[in-house]
Ligand binder design. Sequence first.
Ligand SMILES: [Fe+2]
Ligand SMILES: [Fe+2]
Length: 158
Amino acid sequence: MNKNNEFLLLVNELLKHPDIQKLEYYSHHIGTTRLQHSLNVAFISYKTAKFLKFDYKSALRGALLHDLFFYDYKEKGIGIIKHSALHPKIALKNASKICELNKIEKDIILKHMWLANYKFPRYKESYIVTVADKFCAICEATYGIIKKMKRKNIQYIK
Ligand SMILES: [Fe+2]
Ligand SMILES: [Fe+2]
């Protein structure tokens, strides 16, 4: 089996769900969509958890569902601090509607904003996802900023 086939097989069932597909219509961290971000976090979490012989299926599923919310906090007019505390709870509620979640997956979703809020994750898989989330956020935002700067430079030259 190809090295990444297992990831695709595990992700496939959830990926078909219309609520997950809807994430493609929301911009996330400047440079990407919420669906791509969720897949990025899921892939890194899966690889890391598998390497460390942790529960990689729960890490992958929790990561894929960690940002399952359908609003833009800027358009909604709520500040970043309120959004940081609110969206994990909304994501957990939305994820519970589309599939059964185990205790690790619930913890991953609810605590993924660790350090931005005070709730310490309970499981090692949750720590993997919260770190993967921050790493992806930095990469995606950097990519988005560079893309915007390049676009501005091109317009200036024209
Ligand atoms: Fe989040
Ligand atoms: Fe995230």
